[in-house]
Design a protein around this ligand. Structure first.
Ligand SMILES: Nc1ncnc2c1ncn2[C@@H]1O[C@H](COP(=O)(O)OP(=O)(O)OP(=O)(O)O)[C@@H](O)[C@H]1O
Ligand code: SF4
Ligand SMILES: [Mg+2]
Length: 421
């Protein structure tokens, strides 16, 4: 299974080296968000859901950073914490050189103009009792901003900008389709001309045909308005074409962060490789070629007690003893490609002396040729595959783990609409 192409890339691994501070809009260092689990009458803390557990990255001005990973790996929590809709448990968030980690709601208020979020669910994120005009003009009211020409005119301009009609001003959310509602959410997020937009799975609730429209709209608006995006998705095919760089998350950690082209051409983390092998190949020239898929076995571990060492070692087909005992650091193994792995793909081994596979690793995954998948009737239909995106990665326990941990934990997420403005 292991097909590590050992190359002569004799580059000395570097600690993550962010680009020059001038280009950096948002910088995240050692970020943690743990949700306490309390029990009993005294509500004593008995543990914590480690939703985000020490991540470092930066977002450069004008770029799109894609963030991908399986359900429950902490993507939305990371989005809420970097926009300060939730308070971090540890680490630091710096926006335009200003430390915003512990700013109070009042001190964050002026910054809300610059940092906006688009939410995962276009149905739940719009108040059904408010008209579209009232929803999109809320940021102006809450910030006390009077745009040139008046609020109504500006809201109608925004509606046109996102491909809706100015006449929709007096209508209610239930009168719109999912794609149109997501456009309304985008118009609201753009009202105050933000510098950074964090979009949490902006298209996952939409039909595949509408997904492309909304992604293209976001792309056009970025160019027009000079926006910087963090786009969260569980589907690599969604972020593939729009991201300049992509961060891959697994159980509250970033395991690989790389320029988009490098990540797709030569993924270095085994988990990234498994995600990649599940993405349909859009290149017609490569269609019909025999390709292989990696089917990961085993459950996604609980974020309450993540595995020691490398968190992926319980499902990784390359895991050795060092993977079980020592956490790999996120190192820049190639320019523009940071990876946290002792035995990366497409690169010289980082722990060459340690060659004995853990016994579980031998069964951790299966490399399956398409012919085998077809025989077993496992090959997904192209549409189903496109929708599933990361479908070959089994996600057997993530939803259960999520329900259990959500029930046990006591901290509620911030009210999405109210708090962000
Ligand atoms: N308010 C909360 N209280 C307790 N646990 C929470 C809370 N919010 C999230 N979690 C837990 O944190 C973990 C990460 O959740 P999060 O929603 O960030 O994942 P995600 O990657 O966005 O998943 P999805 O792709 O399904 O949206 C999950 O185990 C979840 O149960
Ligand atoms: S550190 Fe080990 S277990 Fe983790 S991804 Fe790399 S090879 Fe697999
Ligand atoms: Mg989410």
């Amino acid at each position: 299974m292991s097909d590590t192409n050992k190359t002569d890339d004799a580059v000395t691994p570097q600690q993550a080296s962010p680009s020059s501070d001038r280009d950096v809009l948002l910088k995240v260092e050692g970020l943690q968000k743990h949700f306490p689990i309390k029990k009993g009458i005294l509500q004593r803390q008995v543990g914590a859901v480690k939703a985000v557990d020490g991540i470092d990255f930066e977002v450069r001005k004008g770029e799109t950073l894609g963030v991908v990973g399986e359900s429950g790996c902490g993507k939305s929590t990371m989005g809420r914490v970097i926009t300060r809709l939730q308070d971090p448990t540890g680490g630091q968030v710096t926006f335009e050189g200003q430390d915003i980690t512990h700013l109070s709601t009042a001190k964050m208020r002026p910054l809300r103009r610059d940092i906006q979020m688009i939410f995962q669910d276009p149905y739940g994120s719009l108040n059904p009792r408010h008209t579209i005009g009232s929803i999109v003009s809320a940021p102006f009211r809450l910030q006390g901003v009077e745009p040139e020409g008046g609020v109504k005119k500006e809201v109608q301009r925004l509606l046109e900008l996102v491909g809706l009609s100015p006449e929709h001003y007096n209508r209610y959310p239930h009168e719109f389709s999912g794609g149109q509602r997501q456009r309304i959410g985008i118009a609201r997020a753009l009202a105050l001309k933000p510098k950074l937009v964090v979009a949490d799975e902006p298209v996952s609730a939409l039909d595949v045909s509408i997904q492309a429209q909304v992604v293209n709209l976001m792309d056009d608006l970025q160019e027009e308005l000079g926006l910087t995006y963090v786009i969260i998705a569980h589907d690599l095919s969604v972020v593939r074409h729009v991201s300049d760089r992509v961060a891959v998350m697994y159980l509250g950690k970033i395991v690989e962060l790389a320029d988009s082209s490098k990540l797709y051409e030569t993924p270095m983390h085994p988990y990234t490789k498994a995600l990649m092998s599940a993405v349909p190949v859009p290149d017609p020239g490569r269609r019909g070629q025999k390709s292989e898929r990696i089917l990961l076995r085993g459950d996604v571990p609980s974020p309450i007690a993540p595995p020691p060492g490398c968190r992926f070692h319980t499902r990784c087909w390359k895991a050795t003893e060092i993977c079980r005992t020592t956490e790999p650091q996120l190192l820049e193994l190639r320019p523009g490609q940071r990876v946290a792995c002792h035995h990366p793909e497409n690169f010289a081994d980082q722990a060459p002396q340690d060659t004995v596979l853990l016994s579980a690793a031998k069964e951790a995954s299966e490399l399956v040729g398409e012919a085998v998948l077809e025989d077993a009737g496992k090959t997904p239909a192209p549409e189903a595959e496109a929708e599933a995106g990361t479908g070959a990665v089994e996600e057997t326990t993530a939803p259960e783990a999520k329900t259990a941990t959500e029930a046990a934990a006591t901290e509620e997420p911030a009210d999405e609409q109210g708090d962000q403005i």
